[in-house]
Design a protein around this ligand. Structure first.
Ligand code: HAM
Length: 403
């Protein structure tokens, strides 16, 4: 009998995982630079949290959740996204005032698998809570943009929209309903199945886009405070030199959004999976899951897609390969000393021939080779054509600036 990973899931090992590690390391760096401490929440939560938080009519909730009953008879769901859980954790903690949290981990959605669309996928993201001002939105959008730029996503676009709020959106949705009612005959089957439940989502349909070119736009129906908030967000992004394009059709697939909505699009990827991330403001989410009012804004980025799109060369994983003429015991001791000097070192623990060790060094892409002699104290350090003999204790200093 042989087992394979379940459909839509992957085993990710070297060398592919080298880029994963770089991307996740870069993420930690940027989240930290922008002041987002780590928040780790459970991978499963009460099913109702997602029904109420994400929205019981959304595709994520109706079609994609991995829901099960545990041995205590509770309905639990593997998290399909991170925001609802983080907002729950924030409310539970009793924290008040501006609060930041960043996360990184697997999410689960029962989708039709393809490249960049997995059933278990990895998101990194942030949530910024108890904040209302447009500066918060702009800071969040900037963080995602800086990180995605650092991990070298070619053809990156920031797409921006405002979805209005409880004051102005209902009126707009009614206008849109009227418009879509008259278009029923030309809508695709998918759009017809959601037009009554969630007319906004129809705007997002790529198939129907050509026949909906003259659809009424939320932009023209924003109330004064939403319009002002939106223009402040745009002004701030311009000042921060974060380029963006506006798209009145950007509606997002989760129900909790109000006002700012955005996506990061890798235009070089297949159109169906080219959103490398998305987010927005969700001023009513905390209340919809039974908490006090706590406006917030955040995003999540799909690491599987980022790794597909990134043109970054993963950093070499090994600084030094230690070739030992005197055997693995001596190599082990020497490697320990070099590692404590901060070098990434690989060695041969199996006592293989010296030639085999040199071949291993080149296969692993070691940037330098240190040869530990059978006799004598000095090691032989080689980097490219440069060679030098020296005591082991001098190696780290000699390599500094050369690697
Ligand atoms: P989302 O747009 O559903 O938003 O997901 C964010 C990103 O996760 C997507 O842009 C995509 O890159 C990645 N993603 C989603 N589903 C899959 C999948 N099946 N396979 C691979 N990657 C996928 C959210 O999840 C919101 N919680 C974002 C947010 C945070 N909004 C406010 N705060």
């Amino acid at each position: 009998m042989s087992f394979r990973p379940p459909k839509g899931t992957d085993d990710i090992g070297a060398p592919e995982s080298n880029l994963w590690r770089d991307v996740l390391g870069e993420w930690e760096r940027w989240a930290d630079l922008f002041g987002y401490p780590l928040v780790a929440t459970p991978i499963f939560e009460a099913t109702e949290l997602f029904e109420r938080g994400v929205g019981s009519d959304t595709e994520v909730v109706t079609k994609q959740m991995y829901t099960f009953t545990d041995r205590g008879g509770r309905s639990l769901t593997l998290r399909p996204e991170g925001t609802a859980g983080v907002v729950r954790a924030f409310l539970d903690s009793g924290a008040k005032g501006p609060w930041k949290g960043s996360y990184s981990g697997p999410m689960f959605r029962h989708e039709r698998p393809q490249a960049g669309r997995r059933r278990q996928f990895w998101q990194v993201g942030v949530e910024y809570l108890d904040v209302e001002g447009p500066a918060a939105d702009a800071e969040v959008v900037e963080l995602g943009y800086r990180f995605l730029t650092a991990v070298e996503i070619p053809g990156l676009d920031v797409v921006l929209n405002s979805l209005g709020d409880a004051v102005c959106r209902p009126g707009y949705v009614e206008t849109l309903r009227g418009y879509l009612d008259a278009k029923r005959e030309v809508l695709c089957d998918d759009s017809l199945s959601i037009v009554d439940v969630n007319p906004l989502r129809v705007l997002d349909c790529r198939v129907c886009a050509p026949v909906l070119a003259d659809a009424p736009s939320m932009k023209d129906h924003l109330c004064e405070s939403c319009a002002d908030h939106y223009s402040q967000v745009k002004k701030s992004l311009e000042a921060l030199e974060v380029p963006f394009v506006e798209d009145a059709r950007l509606v997002r697939g989760l129900d909790y959004y109000t006002r700012t909505a955005f996506e990061y699009v890798a235009t070089d990827l297949e159109a169906a999976q080219n959103a490398v991330g998305g987010g927005g403001r969700y001023d009513g989410l905390a209340e919809s899951i039974g908490g006090r009012p706590a406006p917030g804004v955040g995003f999540a980025l799909g690491v599987d897609r980022i790794v597909l799109a990134s043109s970054r060369e993963p950093a070499g994983r090994i600084d030094v390969y230690l070739v030992s003429e005197s055997g693995p015991y001596e190599a082990l001791i020497a490697a320990s000393a070099l590692r404590r000097d901060g070098l990434r070192v690989e060695l041969d623990t199996e006592g293989r021939k010296v030639d085999t060790q040199f071949r291993a060094a080149s296969r692993l892409g070691a940037r330098a080779v240190v040869v530990l002699p059978a006799a004598g104290d000095d090691v032989d350090v080689r980097i490219g054509d440069e060679r030098s003999g020296m005591p082991l204790g001098s190696v780290a200093k000699w390599l500094e600036g050369r690697l």
